[in-house]
Design a protein around this ligand. Structure first.
Ligand code: 6R9
Length: 645
């Protein structure tokens, strides 16, 4: 990893950028030294309030608890829609690009207002109101954004579940949140293939008695089963509702949404975000990290099922009155030039995607890029996993033609908004580094004992002060928030990531230091995949680790120990992979599955993943000490049977 290479801000970009180096430094210093003034000013500038706050911030990292803008009231939908109508009623709020290149449409802020108002009224008519949980299981269609904003308008708490998750995973999330309604579609379409969302929802709902209403958007017109009294067609019900829907007055700390994310243990956690701090974090970072101005056309390729879709397709851009592109498809369909064709078609100026997509497109060959214009682009972004310098250079040179700065944005579901990234008009970039902290963010690197390390060092990445969009709770289990993030290195928020800081103070995120995998930018707990595998009656035990994968960043490598007397076979491998897909979804399907006559364990019975990771990574020479194993000979057996990755 070279950190000698440094790219200054391109002169043409700097000239029209919202923020220069001096302003970044001044704001950063004030945000750390006098957070109340800094955030109070930003809150006035960026958001519309119904009533003022009593105190800007009040937090305590010995418990992890934080309150921002306590006492104030506002409504997120009003901030994302209504307040823009006078100036920007006819401006495109959402440009939707379908999976099929022939399909696209533009939704103005006024149309967005009407769509959201009608849907919000339908939800109210179904008896849904402030504090109720509504699950959203949708393809990437505008109705997904309407649904989120309609919830926000009436004060219902949404829980968006990625459309690629299985019925089982959907059921777990609905049950955990005790959702009273589900908004879904008949089918989704991605890469020319249909996804049976309603059929999945039906299977989940058969075990979710809390759900009294299921609102179904007709996307494909495919056949679906129907339960009268519970199921309602969106296109039949929504148009009958009035447009005007008075927005609920929400306290700054009222919940806005729950989003489930994987950790190193147990089932996914429902990360809870609240109203004011979240929206301020999303809008401030969207504006300054992406340098987003009124004439920009901004495109984030994430799915609304992930936090990036929440903050950087919906809430951040719409709070800023920007034009946000929403893409239903995949980057390589119909072919690897699709995204650049979409850039040309909608004259996209800011483009934000994940390293896994960049690597896949790079692998397809430059001709798919160079055959398009891309002249509209002025800024490129990356998120979700560390970007390897080679992919960064390609993105910079071939896609951006050395004209567009790259913002490598590090953050997490729990953070709500970007924490470390270069402000593009202010900070020189280095390929592979997320560079410097944003406003209010005080990162530190600690060793395994929690001792803070100074200067150019590597270690565990923690954050020392609260920021407005930090996690407020884990839904239904507040203690778990403290245990997961605030107990490891007391007094700090522990990210679960490792990082290096170089001589210039730049941060280089090196990846997770816990048992969380990052597959194509998606978080997956090893424990979740293992729990799915051991559901199979022939499986005694399973251990899952990550290994380097050229396109996905990490692949999933599963070691499976069968019950006595059971025989390994290719058919069983296929069955086990299919089982994981069924239990969690295709993103969790193991890439490699190796049968193991037994797993390496300590004498106290703990699986030594460190050793399995080395075997999967083909780092056999550096296995380290195996003498503490109950039976060191298992290691030789596993090495002999190792699969080629
Ligand atoms: C936004 C998002 C969070 C984990 C995080 C880290 C990895 C995200 C990164 C990055 C290196 C970046 N990650 N952005 N690693 N450089 N720019 O992805 O949230 O799904 O919660 O994942 O993703 O490991 O801890 P989430």
């Amino acid at each position: 990893m070279s950190d000698t290479k440094r790219y200054p801000v391109p002169a043409a970009f700097r000239q029209r950028a919202l923020m220069d180096a001096e302003m970044y430094q001044r704001w950063y210093q004030q945000s750390i030294n006098d957070p109340a003034t800094f955030w109070g000013d930003r809150a006035q500038e960026l958001l519309q309030w119904r009533s003022p706050w009593q105190s800007v911030c009040d937090w305590d990292f010995s418990t992890g608890d934080a309150r921002w803008f306590d006492g104030a009231t506002l409504n997120v939908a009003e901030n994302c829609i209504d307040r823009h109508l006078a100036q920007r009623g006819d401006k495109a709020a959402i440009i939707w690009e379908g999976d099929d290149p022939a399909e696209s449409k533009t939704i103005t802020y006024r149309q967005l207002h009407d769509e959201v108002g009608r849907l919000a009224n339908l939800l109210r008519a179904r008896g849904i109101g402030k504090g109720d949980r509504v699950c959203i299981y949708m393809p990437m269609i505008p109705e997904a954004a309407y649904a989120m904003l309609a919830c926000a308008r009436i004060g219902a708490v949404h829980s968006v579940v990625f459309g690629g998750f299985s019925p089982e995973a959907l059921k777990d999330r609905i049950q955990n949140a005790e959702a009273c309604a589900l908004i879904t579609a008949d089918e989704g379409v991605r890469g020319g293939r249909k996804v049976p969302l309603k059929a999945n929802a039906d299977r989940a709902l058969s075990q979710c008695p809390s759900v009294h209403s299921c609102i179904v958007v007709q996307r494909t017109g495919g056949q679906v089963a129907w339960q009268d009294g519970r199921d309602f067609w969106y296109h039949e019900q929504v148009p009958q509702q009035p447009v005007d829907c008075p927005a609920e007055s929400m306290d700054a700390e009222d919940p806005l949404f729950i989003l489930y994310t994987s950790g190193s243990t147990g089932k996914p956690k429902g990360v809870l975000h609240t109203t004011a701090g979240y929206l301020l974090g999303a809008s401030l970072t969207h504006r300054y990290v992406f340098d987003c101005q009124d004439d920009d056309v901004y495109w984030c390729t994430a799915d609304v099922g992930w936090v990036t879709g929440h903050s950087y397709i919906v809430y951040g851009p719409l709070a800023n009155g920007a034009t946000t592109v929403m893409f239903e498809g995949v980057p390589t369909y119909p072919d690897a030039s699709r995204v650049w064709q979409v850039v040309d078609k909608h004259q996209v100026t800011i483009f934000y995607t994940a390293p896994t997509a960049i690597r896949a497109l790079m692998g397809a060959g430059d001709q798919f890029v160079t055959g398009t214009s891309r002249a509209s682009l002025r800024l490129l972004g990356s998120v979700g996993e560390p970007i390897n310098p080679e992919a960064w250079e390609w993105y910079y040179r071939v896609v951006g033609e050395q004209r567009c700065p790259i913002v490598d944005t590090w953050w997490q579901t729990e953070n709500g908004s970007i924490l470390i990234a270069p402000i593009p008009g202010a900070v020189d970039t280095k390929p592979g580094s997320a560079t410097l902290p944003l406003f209010g963010v005080v990162p530190a690197i600690v060793d395994d004992q929690g001792k803070e390390l100074e200067g150019a060092v590597s270690g565990n990445l923690v954050i020392k002060q609260s920021w407005p969009s930090q996690i407020r709770s884990i839904y239904g289990d507040h203690q778990r928030m403290y245990d997961t993030y605030f107990s490891t290195y007391p007094g700090t928020y522990f990210t679960g990531d490792g990082a290096r800081r170089d001589e210039d103070g730049y941060y280089w995120i090196t990846g997770r230091v816990d048992d969380v995998l990052n597959i194509s930018g998606h978080r997956m707990g090893t424990a979740e995949v293992e729990s799915a595998l051991v559901l199979h009656p022939k499986v005694a035990e399973a251990a899952v680790v990550g290994y380097p994968h050229d396109v996905k960043g990490q692949g999933i490598y599963a070691f499976v120990d069968l019950m006595d007397g059971e025989q390994p076979s290719q058919a069983l491998i296929d069955e086990l992979k299919a089982l994981v897909t069924k239990e969690i979804g295709a993103i969790a399907r193991p890439d490699q599955l190796q049968f193991a006559p037994s797993l390496p364990k300590t004498r106290s019975g703990k699986i030594m993943r460190r050793i399995l990771r080395k075997i999967a990574n083909n780092e056999i020479d550096t296995l380290g000490d195996t003498s503490t194993l109950a039976d060191p000979s298992v290691v030789d057996v596993l090495i002999a049977a190792r699969l080629n990755t």
